[in-house]
Design a protein around this ligand. Structure first.
Ligand code: ZN
Length: 101
């Protein structure tokens, strides 16, 4: 997911939810609230992406199953990939700003 759609992870404070999955045409945006559980939220929203027909209860169940089965090093790998994606996003934005001036 992170490799598939690297630019579409957004960190933003959300009201009344931990995360948000949005699909507009082919564009996917996953918004994660930095005050909440980022890894379970990312897995949850990725499941919505991969299995759009699943009801919320099935997504929640599989989110728990995945979170309970992840090893510390697998979780670390997810966090490293997420940080890498966010880092590239910041870098890309700076580069775009530099090109305009
Ligand atoms: Zn959900």
């Amino acid at each position: 997911m992170l490799k598939e759609h690297p630019g579409w992870i957004v960190l933003k404070k959300l009201r009344g939810m931990c995360a948000l999955y949005e699909l507009e045409g082919r564009k996917v945006t996953i918004t994660l609230d930095p005050r909440k559980d980022i890894v379970p939220s990312l897995i949850h929203e990725s499941l919505h992406h991969w299995y759009p027909d699943w009801p919320e209860s099935k997504v929640e169940k599989h989110e728990r199953l995945i979170m309970n089965s992840l090893t510390s090093s697998q979780t670390k790998h997810i966090l490293i990939l997420l940080a890498d994606v966010l880092n590239k996003k910041i870098y890309y934005r700076k580069t775009m700003k530099n090109k305009k001036s």
